[in-house]
Design a protein around this ligand. Structure first.
Ligand SMILES: [Zn+2]
Length: 272
């Protein structure tokens, strides 16, 4: 079993999430833990993993550039293109246009935050390691207000390496069992934009000073950029108004996001 998990990690460390560079080291002799019976089981799992990898690579080989990268890059580009009109609409004195600007910015932020950070954490946005690193910092730290190191470790080494293993591979990070159900489902998720950078800071413990300083600066840059644009482009006159607008836009889709997260976990626990 252990060898299969290691293989999974290597597969993910091979930065193979979206663009097909899955690298699996074929270990002929799996790690023994349970005597002879365990060995047969391990060999079976090992060959299943190899079979899965072979099928994934076959699909990737048969896919076009558009299927592998084009669709995702177009969606991300469209989201970034929504931002200028959103900032301009937020400067409108007409309630309807203002609300439309809010909606547009909330949707764009959610797509950039979820899709961009996911692709970047897999290194799927570029073949180059340097550019992959750049995109990870840009999407996870500047756009997502989180730590690139913690995000990639949590998603690649924990979530994908232990898919469907509750407590290790489930992506349910929203665990606040002492809250009443309604508060937990509909009110508390609205605080996610505030909690996220704080959790990121907590994850920086043990990292080098350079990583800590970079992460803090990048998160601050992302938050300040949006604030600056709201003041200077949208024409917000009060600090509180701009900050409240940022909170609403960033929290807008956190309720459905948390719901999907919870139901995904329930599906794994209860099964079909
Ligand atoms: Zn993933």
């Amino acid at each position: 079993m252990q060898s299969v998990q290691e293989e999974c990690r290597e597969c993910c460390d091979g930065r193979g999430g979206g663009d097909g560079e899955i690298k699996v080291r074929n270990r002929a002799v799996p790690v023994m833990k349970n005597g002879g019976g365990g060995r047969e089981e391990d060999v079976g799992k090992e060959s299943l993993m190899m079979e899965l990898t072979r099928l994934v690579q076959k699909v990737i080989k048969e896919s076009s550039w558009w299927e592998r990268k084009g669709v995702d890059c177009s969606i991300l580009t469209a989201s970034f293109l929504c931002l200028p009109p959103a900032f301009l609409l937020l400067g409108s004195s007409q309630l309807l246009w203002f609300m439309l600007g809010m909606l547009l910015m909330g949707l764009a932020h959610a797509v950039i935050n979820v899709k961009g950070t996911h692709l970047a954490s897999h290194g799927a946005l570029s073949e180059s390691q340097t550019w992959g690193r750049f995109w990870a910092i840009f999407f996870i730290e500047i756009c997502g207000s989180f730590s690139a190191e913690a995000g990639m470790h949590g998603h690649i080494k924990m979530h994908h390496a232990h898919t469907n293993v509750i407590g290790l591979g489930d992506s349910s990070i929203w665990k606040v069992p002492f809250l009443p159900r309604i508060v937990y489902l509909f009110i508390a998720p609205l605080s996610v934009p505030v909690i996220t950078p704080l959790v990121a800071l907590a994850h920086l413990k043990g990292h080098s000073l350079g990583v800590v300083v970079r992460t803090v600066l990048m998160i601050a840059l992302g938050l300040y950029s949006q604030y600056w644009l709201l003041i200077n482009i949208s024409g917000f006159r009060s600090v509180h108004g701009a900050l409240f607008c940022m909170l609403v836009c960033r929290a807008m889709l956190s309720v459905p996001y948390i719901h999907v997260n919870i139901f995904q976990k329930l599906d794994k626990e209860i099964g079909p």
